[in-house]
Design a protein around this ligand. Structure first.
Ligand code: ADP
Length: 598
């Protein structure tokens, strides 16, 4: 008997082949999962009378491979309907969809091509099938992938389906048992039914993510991770997700250790659909900041054969991502509350990701506010909520590389919390949190706190011309430096450790930093100079230099100029162009010292 396909489209195969050329191996995954579906449907019908199995055999002489199952089979009507029409129209739809896409657009997975993918490797496909239905006779179907097919009486004597592929010359690699075994291992090792390749049973297990969380031990989770990513160091922590409503998902998501060279952009989450491996990356499932997550998940509800832009809009996918994000914050929340030590150990490794998350979705702050910690100058960890709960509106910070500088000691002496920040992520984050939390962030050198002054030692005494001692020192300092717009103040600091410091206007500095990081450093000179050089009238360098002014004015000037450089250095205000002068100054000082050697 001869038949013609209802859907006409002669160019389907060339399109599909062009699209999936590099992924033609997926034919095996598609056919084996069809077999698995048929087995599942049969087991649902006759409640497991016969243990189902899938057999894959190779005939090198005739260049065929056969995928046979003991599933529910098909009768004549079903072959015509499902294979000739459904499978073909599925392929047509697939071809039409992808013919429209740009060649470089990203498709995640290529599920849905189904039975027709057989023609990516075979010039002819034959089916021999016997339906479970009473009184059915076996059906033989054969096609070369065009719109015509042949249908006849089949030979199968037991219920089930055999699909035989007559491989094209270019696809003869699939006659190798090893090639097939590797492919089956990759895509099908978690199937519910045993697969025999050339009569040998391939190992198959229930993957960790399909097992109830309560049955999995820490050892199991680590072993599974090592199996997925043998090169990786052990992960920091993980969550096991089991959802049935409003979508079905089983998954284990690991937070990896970010080793050197860690790729934040490439997602490596393994995606399964009904136990069949589909993809080892699914970028658009998770919010951007959680792209670092690794692990494996199985969901029959994710539309896999659609393009990236569609996926981003899909409601199921979005709420799935949200759910996983929620689970991650809950896990961190619990760890922070119940296993503080363990939490503090991993926090420095994950804080970047969480902070990035808040930048992407401000609402994440509320979920993370209790465990969003910063280390302070004295080594403890503090959250903004704790600072706020003390009624404070200003949060002081400094960078890690500046924590040992003199100005930090002023805060330490007064017991004021100072956060140690990572400028790259914390600068934009602070900006955002200032807007949402009504807090002000100030670098330690943004102002001179009242608390740092010692009023009792202030030089208030006026001289003949009506100037105070402090004003005279300030005049001396200003005249020793050749800086036009520099403001100079002389203050009585309580600390004797700090001879001088800069007070740098916070807004002005942030603007400068912004311009620098955005490559607009050229426009810097137009910004007004807003630094104030504050000298400590209680520090011997200042008092001695001031006293020296009369007897050795040159030396006094040199000392102040050098101190000024050191202060600029410690506030990162000594720029490259100043280095030459500074080095010359240092050398001159060494030479002066040498003069002292008899
Ligand atoms: P899908 O599996 O997505 O429905 P396919 O093109 O793979 O699409 O298959 C079309 C239909 O052909 C299936 O839905 C199923 O009804 C039938 N079919 C395919 N393979 C088998 C098989 N091994 N046993 C029984 N029915 C099958």
């Amino acid at each position: 008997m001869q038949g013609t396909l209802k859907v006409h489209s002669e160019n389907i195969l060339p399109i599909i082949k062009k699209w999936l050329y590099s992924e033609k191996e997926i034919f095996l995954r598609e056919l084996v999962s069809n077999a698995s579906d048929a087995l599942f449907k049969r087991s649902a019908l006759d409640q497991g009378k016969e243990p189902g199995r899938i057999d894959i055999s190779i005939d090198r002489e005739n260049k065929t491979i056969t995928i046979a199952d003991t599933g529910l089979g098909m009768d004549l009507e079903e072959v015509e309907k499902y294979i000739a029409q459904v499978a073909f129209s599925g392929a047509k739809e697939f071809a039409e969809q992808y013919a429209k896409e740009e060649t470089d657009s990203q498709i995640i997975g290529h599920f849905g091509l189904g039975f027709f993918s057989a023609f990516m490797v075979a010039s002819r496909v034959e089916i021999d099938t016997l339906s479970y239905k009473e009184g059915s006779s076996p059906v033989f179907w054969s096609s070369e992938g065009s719109s015509t097919y042949e249908i006849a009486e089949g030979k199968r004597s037991s219920i089930g389906t055999s699909v035989t592929l007559f491989l094209e010359e270019a696809s003869c690699e699939y006659l190798e048992e090893k090639t097939l075994a590797d492919l089956l291992k990759k895509h099908c090792s978690y199937l519910s039914y045993p697969i025999y390749l050339e009569d040998k049973l391939l190992s198959h297990t229930t993957p960790l993510f399909l097992r109830p969380a309560g049955e999995c031990s820490e050892k199991d989770y680590l072993a599974f991770y090592r199996e997925l990513y043998p090169q990786d160091p052990d992960p920091l922590f993980w969550i096991h997700v089991q959802i049935d409503f409003p979508f079905h998902v089983r998954g284990v998501f690991y937070f990896p250790k970010m080793h050197k060279g860690f790729d934040f952009q490439s997602n490596q989450l393994h995606l399964y659909c009904n136990r069949v491996f589909v993809a080892d990356s699914c970028k658009d499932l998770l919010p951007d900041y959680l792209m670092v997550l690794k692990g494996a998940m199985d969901s029959p509800d994710i539309p896999l054969n659609v393009s990236r832009s569609y996926l981003q809009m899909d409601k199921t996918v979005r709420s799935l991502g949200q759910h996983i994000a929620k689970k991650i914050t809950q896990k961190l929340q619990t760890m922070h509350a119940k296993e503080k030590e363990k939490f503090l150990e991993i926090w420095p490794e994950i804080e970047m990701v969480i902070k990035l998350g808040i930048l992407q979705e401000t609402s994440l702050y509320d979920k993370a506010k209790n465990f969003l910690l910063w280390q302070t100058l004295d080594g403890t960890w503090v959250s903004l909520e704790e600072i706020r709960s003390q009624g404070k509106k200003t949060v002081y910070y400094t960078t890690k590389d500046a924590q040992d500088l003199g100005i930090s000691s002023l805060y330490k002496e007064k017991g004021i919390d100072v956060l140690l920040i990572h400028p790259v992520i914390d600068n934009p984050l602070m900006q955002r949190l200032e807007e949402t939390l009504g807090l002000t962030f100030r670098r330690t050198d943004a102002a001179l706190e009242e608390a740092f002054l010692d009023a009792s030692r202030e030089k208030t005494l006026l001289d003949d011309s009506g100037r105070s001692g402090a004003a005279l020192i300030a005049d001396f300092i200003a005249s020793s430096l050749d800086e036009k717009d520099l403001r100079v103040e002389a203050k009585s600091l309580a600390s004797e450790k700090v001879p001088a410091l800069f007070v740098i206007d916070e807004e002005n500095r942030r603007l400068k930093e912004f311009l620098m990081t955005h490559g607009k450093g050229d426009s810097l000179p137009q910004l007004p100079q807003k630094n104030t050089f504050v000298v400590n009238t209680n520090h011997p360098i200042i008092t001695k230099a001031f006293a020296l002014k009369k007897t050795q004015p040159k030396l006094a000037k040199k000392m102040i100029s050098y101190l000024y450089d050191l202060t600029r250095l410690s506030h990162k205000e000594l720029t490259r162009k100043d280095w030459g002068a500074h080095i010359a100054k240092s050398q001159e000082m060494l030479e002066d010292m040498m003069q002292q050697i008899p």
